[in-house]
Design a protein around this ligand. Structure first.
Ligand SMILES: [Fe+2]
Ligand SMILES: [Fe+2]
Length: 475
């Protein structure tokens, strides 16, 4: 069942042919999706031939098939990992019982909410990134952007399928609403704050794909544990696509750091003004972008204490990251976990029931994962002989959600007065001037093998093609 049937209007490996009503409903949603893509998807891209990978099976080997595609003709489809025979719930109250193939009535509202919230982020990021193609630093990068965009579109298909297949009329309405809300729309915004922020330039794009797509990885991993088997199988396949998005982010920032260090060595200085004058992005500006994207992203994990998180876990809807690698009872009734709060102007740790702190558990797993790439970026700076080090800010820095919202802390976690915050914010978060400078560097580079002056070329191309391969053809 892992082969994908491309002879159908909607490519799929879920036997869509076997359910005419469902098939027709999704075939009615399809033109609406394409309308959304045309209106809100990558600007001015409809006639480009893009060297993209498309899933042709969900097998670990060889699911990625590369070829030139016009993006509106991309075969967005519905793919699930194969069912595991005899799969049982791994955690919560139904631990050990058979995984569910249909939605249990008592969990219907919560499951729908989880799927809608995940589904909403997918088109949101496409909308946020829609203008970036016009300022791509190379054809290689333009291809990567478009790859991420079509796959986020496919993730939307994945969630829309679950809504249509398992949630009846409400589900169809929710799938429609996923196309109606828009990132940053005053009247009808996307559900989560970070997905209403702009992604105005390529530095923001790389930080977003490094940090915010990694939030995606952790949310999807938690959903891959779900006792609702179709959600588990769907998110498992989405994770294989997500890995490329994070690669784009990590390698993108790494190449910017590389270029900046090359310029600093040439000039024999790390003075930001001179680095900027030479057309590269100074390291303090990189740090401010990092602080922003990191803090906005860790807010996505939600309030540090949440009764919803406890309910989702106990009910078997959403697990922890790598549930099977944890040697506790997977019920967590008498476990505790440390969260932070501010008491009399000082950050203090507080033990709370772990079930209520599962957002914080997932956030901490994300943090441990995201610092690894930052240390790889630092090795480049170290190798170039400079003392500067990029660092993720304290997890209480610049938070808008949970007990730490509205509390002013420095990036190293010192509580601040409002006046101190007002004074420091411009050193810690991107200023209008930083953004204007980065924007001033953005100009489209379309000659194969050429790269904008603020980013180093990658060491190797995509799909073993050379770096100067014509990844996008303009017609
Ligand atoms: Fe996604
Ligand atoms: Fe992604």
């Amino acid at each position: 069942m892992s082969e994908i049937d491309y002879s159908q209007k909607i490519p799929n490996n879920v036997n869509l042919n076997g359910d005419r009503t469902l098939q027709r409903a999704l075939e009615r949603w399809q033109p609406n999706f394409l309308g959304w893509w045309g209106e809100m998807g990558p600007a001015d891209s409809a006639r480009n031939d893009v060297y993209l990978r498309t899933a042709i099976s969900v097998d670990p080997q060889g699911w990625a098939n590369f070829g030139y595609v016009k993006m509106p003709d991309y075969r967005w489809g519905i793919f699930m990992n194969p069912a595991q025979e005899g799969r049982t719930a791994q955690f919560g109250e139904s631990k050990g019982q058979p995984a569910w193939q249909e939605v249990p009535g008592e969990h219907r509202a919560n499951l729908r909410r989880i799927i809608v919230t995940q589904g909403d982020t997918e088109p949101a990021s496409v909308e946020q990134q829609r203008h970036l193609g016009l300022t791509a630093p190379s054809l290689y990068d333009l291809r990567n952007l478009f790859q991420v965009n079509v796959e986020e579109g496919r993730h939307l298909w994945a969630m829309a399928y679950l809504l249509h297949r398992y949630f009846g009329r409400d589900g169809r309405e929710e799938a429609e609403a996923l196309l109606q809300r828009h990132s940053g729309d005053v009247d009808n915004p996307r559900i989560l704050g970070a997905f209403n922020e702009q992604t105005p330039d390529w530095l923001a794009f790389f930080m977003f794909t490094y940090f915010t797509d990694r939030d995606g990885k952790f949310q999807l991993s938690a959903l891959a544990e779900s006792a609702f088997d179709p959600l588990s199988r769907t998110t498992k396949f989405m994770l294989t696509e997500e890995a490329h998005h994070m690669f784009v982010g990590e390698s993108g920032v790494q190449r910017i750091v590389q270029r900046t260090c090359d310029v600093m060595r040439e000039l024999k200085t790390d003075d930001p003004a001179q680095v900027r004058a030479a057309g590269a992005i100074d390291l303090p500006t990189l740090q401010r972008y990092l602080n922003f994207h990191y803090s906005v992203t860790i807010d996505l994990f939600g309030a540090d204490q949440s009764s919803n998180a406890a309910t989702f876990y106990s009910a078997g809807l959403k697990g922890r990251y790598e549930e099977d690698k944890r040697d506790d009872d997977h019920v967590l009734m008498d476990r505790s976990y440390k969260v932070l709060e501010v008491v009399d102007g000082a950050l203090v740790e507080k033990e709370v029931p772990m079930l209520n702190a599962l957002n914080e558990v997932l956030r901490d797993d994300f943090i441990a994962d995201s610092v690894k790439g930052v240390s790889r970026w630092n090795r480049i700076i170290e190798k170039a002989g400079f003392d500067f080090r990029l660092v993720v800010p304290h997890k209480a820095f610049n938070r808008q959600i949970g007990a730490l919202a509205g509390v002013h802390l420095s990036p190293d976690g010192r509580p601040l007065t409002d006046a101190e915050w007002a004074q420091g914010a411009g050193r810690w978060l991107p200023t209008a001037e930083d953004r204007a400078f980065v924007a001033s560097l953005m100009g489209r580079v379309v000659e194969p093998g050429k790269f904008a002056g603020w980013i180093a070329p990658p060491r190797i191309g995509i799909d073993r093609k050379p770096v100067d391969f014509e990844y996008v053809r303009f017609n």
